[in-house]
Structures are given as structure tokens and as C-alpha cells.
Design a protein around this ligand. Structure first.
Ligand SMILES: C[S@@+](CC[C@H](N)C(=O)[O-])C[C@H]1O[C@@H](n2cnc3c(N)ncnc32)[C@H](O)[C@@H]1O
Length: 377
């Protein structure tokens, strides 16, 4: 994990309380031993962020329903196998079960929720939520799929029976298997990878994609677009969201097309003015991420885009991600800071991207905090 300043301070305080006079090696051995399990769990909970809500990010969920869930239910009546990796207190699992019921998925469908934190999983297993966690659920489905339980609202029993929860650390192999083998139809891993280092982020994406069934879909949050899409995944963009689909392995490994992202697309005329040209270059970079365009070319295109429009915040944010991924934390930090200044000063204009300006602001601020805590300059 890439710890923020606040997380580091909380972790330090717990370590201090634990006392580790015997040195780091002895402390690590204690934490790995059965008698250290409770201490380890407390350390994990000092740094884990469990914020979530039922129906979190309705825009992305609406696109998921339209482009992924509904077509899959129409196409095949077989039960769905879904995994919510980093499920917090079960909010995402409840969201998925509810949407699957609304779309008429086979009742034998299953949703697996996993998290590193036992503490949060104990709450998740109840699948019951305080009213604030349901504020995004429209009245109709709320009345139909939740029942009062004291001051809380529990998902109805028939849907609760379709859920399973298990502890799993995404840093550890083996990853869970889908019921019956053959991979998951859908994996949600939202707002988990943003806390990881770039290397852990990439490794996790590769491991998750290995657990997808052919045609299965990986759903990351809007703040987590991939700049290196594993070869077996294809980008499925929609107007307001993006998903990654696992392609069926071709019988003979065909070379992936290396498109020249700066060459005009045949059916798209090169736009005349500078901002339109900047947007066009930016869209070429997004496209290129799923067709194997090398990082150097993406970086060159992003820089050209920024020469034309220095306040193109989405391009500046992607440049930050790319530089971080290429091992240049100092340059990445500068890119995030400039992006943040452009949004805060009101100079940035909205452009078609998965993150709108308020969310880009949050993503950039988080990245700055994270890199500063790591000592990047
Ligand atoms: C911010 S919550 C996201 C919850 C939900 N996916 C959503 O988008 O609303 C992140 C969750 O990831 C979990 N997490 C963090 N690191 C993890 C790891 N290495 N393996 C599994 N879960 C992890 C945390 O415990 C936390 O519950």
C-alpha cells in the first residue's frame, strides 16, 4: 500500500503501542504467528479505508447495467458468478445482488465478497446497513429489497443467501476460484487499487484478469483507468464509464496491432483548432492504452496535448499516472500538482473523461498526498 501521511501516523501509533523492542524481524515473526493474528488485524485496520455505500457511483453502475449486466442476463440464463474484491462492509455486494435481481438473473447466481479486514467482514456478513449507506438507493428498490432490522436495513433473505464472504488479501496467491471453476463472469475491484503502489496495482490487475471467465468483465473505479492493459483484456468504453473484457484466447496468438496513435483515424478528420486538437490527441492516448501503444508514445502524445492546452486536467492526470508507472515519482508529483492547481483556479474545462472535474480534483489531491508521503520531490 502507498500510505498517506495520516495512515502512516495511525500505523506508527499502533506499532508504538505494540512495542517491538526485539526489532523488526522479531515483530514480523510475531505478526505471522497464530498468536500475533489479532495484533496484525489491528494494524491492518489502522490503515484500511472502508468507506463505501450501496449504489456507489450510480453513473458507472447505470453503464454497467446497460452494457454488461443486462446483455449477459439476456444472452445466457446460466447463473452468474460475481466477485467483489475489497468489499468493505458488504455495500457493493448488496448493490450487485440487488441489480442482478432487478435484471432477472438466475437465483442460483452467487456474489463472493472478499476483504483483507476480518473486522469489516464481520459487519459485511450481516448485509444490513444504516440509513446513510442506503441514501443513493431509490425508494422503490429500497422498499422491495431491504427490510427493517432495528435501526438498520437488512437485505432480504433470498438475496442474502446468494452472498458469501471470505477473507482474502489481494497481495497473496492463490486468488479465490469461481464456484464450479471456469472463472468469474464479473469482478468488481473499485476504490481499492488507488491505495496500492503502482507495482502492486499492475500485479493485482493481472491476477484479477486471470480469474475472469472468457468474456468476463473487470470493473475498476473511475479513478483507476489502466495505462497498461494486460494483453488478454480489451477496453470496453461507454459514454460515462469504462470496463475491461477478457477476450477468448485466440487459437493462434495473433500479434496485437500497434497503432500509430498520432496517425489520423480514417473516419475522423483532424480537428482544426487547438483545444479540439488537444482533445483529439487525448482520445488517441485513451484508445492506445488498450491496443498496446508503447508508454513513450503515450507520453509524447500527452505532452503534445498539454502544449496545446496546458490546463487539460485529464491529460495532466494521465501523464502523472504514466510517469509514476515509469518510475518517475518526482515528475509525476509535479504533474498532479499542476493538474490540481488548474482545477482549483477554475481554468480547467470539462473534457470527455471517466472522471469529471470534482472527481479529478480528489484523485489529484490524493496522488499528491501519497507521493509527498513517500518523499517524492
Ligand atoms: C474504500 S473500500 C472500497 C469498497 C468498495 N469496493 C467500494 O468501492 O465502495 C477499500 C476496501 O479494500 C480493502 N483492502 C485494502 N487492501 C486490501 C488488500 N490488500 N486485499 C483485500 N482488500 C483490501 C479495505 O479493507 C477496504 O475495505
Amino acid at each position: 500500500m502507498a500510505l498517506s501521511g495520516a495512515q502512516r501516523r495511525r500505523l506508527d501509533a499502533r506499532l508504538e503501542a505494540l512495542g517491538h523492542g526485539g526489532g523488526p524481524a522479531q515483530l514480523a515473526a510475531h505478526l505471522r504467528s497464530p498468536s500475533g493474528a489479532a495484533d496484525l488485524a489491528r494494524l491492518v485496520d489502522a490503515v484500511a479505508v472502508h468507506t463505501s455505500e450501496v449504489f456507489r457511483d450510480e453513473v458507472q453502475l447505470a453503464a454497467f447495467r446497460e452494457h454488461v449486466l443486462s446483455p449477459r442476463v439476456q444472452r445466457s440464463k446460466t447463473p452468474l458468478r460475481v466477485w467483489s474484491a475489497g468489499c468493505a462492509a458488504g455495500e457493493e455486494v448488496a448493490t450487485l445482488l440487488l441489480m442482478m435481481a432487478q435484471e432477472g438473473a438466475d437465483p442460483a447466481s452467487r456474489v463472493l465478497g472478499t476483504d483483507i479486514s476480518e473486522q469489516v467482514l464481520t459487519r459485511a456478513r450481516e448485509l444490513s446497513f444504516p440509513a446513510e449507506a442506503l441514501r443513493r438507493v431509490p425508494e422503490g428498490p429500497r422498499a422491495r429489497y431491504f427490510e427493517p432490522r432495528g435501526r438498520r436495513h437488512a437485505l432480504v433473505g433470498s438475496l442474502r443467501a446468494q452472498a458469501e464472504f471470505r477473507r482474502h488479501n489481494l497481495m497473496e496467491a492463490p486468488y479465490p476460484e469461481a464456484p464450479g471453476g471456469g472463472g468469474f463472469d464479473v469482478i468488481f475491484c473499485r476504490n481499492v487499487l488507488i491505495y496500492f503502489t503502482p507495482d502492486a496495482f499492475q500485479r493485482t490487475v493481472r491476477s484479477l484478469s486471470e480469474r475472469l471467465a472468457p468474456g468476463g468483465v473487470l470493473v475498476l473505479s473511475a479513478a483507476e483507468p489502466l495505462l497498461q492493459v494486460p494483453p488478454e483484456l480489451r477496453l470496453l468504453p461507454s459514454e460515462h464509464a469504462f470496463f475491461y473484457v477478457r477476450e477468448d484466447a485466440p487459437a493462434v496468438e495473433a500479434p496485437r496491432p500497434k497503432r500509430d496513435s498520432t496517425a489520423p483515424k480514417p473516419d475522423v478528420p483532424v480537428p482544426p483548432d487547438e483545444t479540439a486538437m488537444a482533445d483529439w490527441l487525448f482520445s488517441c492516448v485513451l484508445d492506445g492504452a488498450s491496443t498496446g501503444v508503447p508508454d513513450e508514445r503515450s507520453e509524447r502524445d500527452l505532452r503534445r496535448c498539454l502544449d496545446l492546452d496546458p490546463d487539460h486536467v485529464a491529460a495532466r492526470y494521465l501523464l502523472g499516472l504514466l510517469l509514476e508507472q515509469c518510475g518517475q515519482p518526482g515528475a509525476a508529483l509535479e504533474a498532479y500538482r499542476r493538474a490540481l492547481r488548474a482545477v482549483e483556479s477554475g481554468r480547467a474545462r470539462p473534457v470527455p473523461f471517466f472522471l469529471n472535474l470534482p472527481r479529478l480534483r480528489v484523485a489529484c489531491a490524493r496522488a499528491v498526498e501519497r507521493l509527498e508521503a513517500e518523499g517524492a520531490r
